[in-house]
Ligand binder design. Sequence first.
Ligand code: 13P
Ligand code: 13P
Ligand code: MG
Ligand code: MG
Ligand code: MG
Ligand code: MG
Length: 376
Amino acid sequence: MEITLSVLKADIGSIGGHIQPSTALTEKVREIIQHKGRKQLIDSRVSWTGDDIAILMTHQQGVGATAIHEMAWEAFLAGTEVARSEGLYGAGQDLLADAFSGNVRGMGPGVAEMTFQERDAEPFVLFAADKTDPGAFNLPLYRAFADPMNTPGLLLSPALTEGFRFVIMDVAHTGKDRVIELEAPEDLYRIAALLRDPERYVVESIWSRHSGQQAVAASTSRLHNIAGKYTGKDDPVMLVRVQKDFPATGEILAPFSTGHFVAGGMRGSHNMPLMPVPLNAGTSYFDGPPIVTGAAFCVHEGKLTDPVDVFAHPFWDRVRDQVADKAMDMRQQGFFGAAMLPMDELEYTGITTTLDSLDERFRVRPNGPEPLRQAL
Ligand code: 13P
Ligand code: 13P
Ligand code: MG
Ligand code: MG
Ligand code: MG
Ligand code: MG
């Protein structure tokens, strides 16, 4: 049976700052999806990661379906009403359009979707991250799908040895999507040359070259490209099908033990390490650290199993300790150098006002160094 998995996520308000949504808000979103989805959906799950709500849906209307996106948009609007009524912070933060039109792409919410013929066993993982942006998934996806040091399946499974196709988007491009398709392993160094710049080049999807089947769908929206100013972080979601012609679940999870530095901590302006956390975890230290959750499912005829919380295992406690150390090490240097994002990422924040006001006070010395002219 052919099904579509759709995950749409948005920050529509949270308790105590950018920490986590309220129970009433989450319940409202769930209620709307369950009620309106009776005809349109086969199944759904509503979860949260930090201050972001993710709606996972299974259906048969394909990718980008208006009815599915509109339902999620209406659920986010209803959740926003609850957020307002409770005085939550950032109510409706990621809903950047006044009215729904066609599908939610370019309207604020993040979207990851794929349509496929269900395998007899269909395991997949939904990853959701907070206080970071879509480039956060570049490193784990590169390692899992292109690096035999991480993924022994690339040696041990003939299907995986044929490699994977990476579809990579230039997220700095405005207007129509600018994408490139590259093949691992032949294009490995070219893939690396792009993915090393995660604020600009982002993995949109990955495909098995053996079967032609889609393995990964990831969200690519960058809010400041939509709004033209800082409106919170882009907090990505992705769907990864696992096992058989794809990497094993553990091969996808392993790269998250690095706690790699990602953009998006505190005011969307800092590099901080990405911490794998249990489902439905909020944020804390320095409005973070950036977090990622993983919910593993199987799906059959569109019906979802219960989620398994992949980062709840005790192994990840040790990783979390190491990531906390990395986070505090980076914070030792405050706003200096690599701790804060470069200017082209900050230009959407208010720092430009300060810099503009200083601009007219700069002067060019005509005759080289000179003594101070005024007594202090
Ligand atoms: P099981 O025997 O537990 O199914 O092991 C499969 C495996 O090796 C996964 O990496
Ligand atoms: P959110 O996008 O998660 O709301 O991030 C806001 C932020 O950067 C808080 O410091
Ligand atoms: Mg927020
Ligand atoms: Mg968020
Ligand atoms: Mg956000
Ligand atoms: Mg087994």
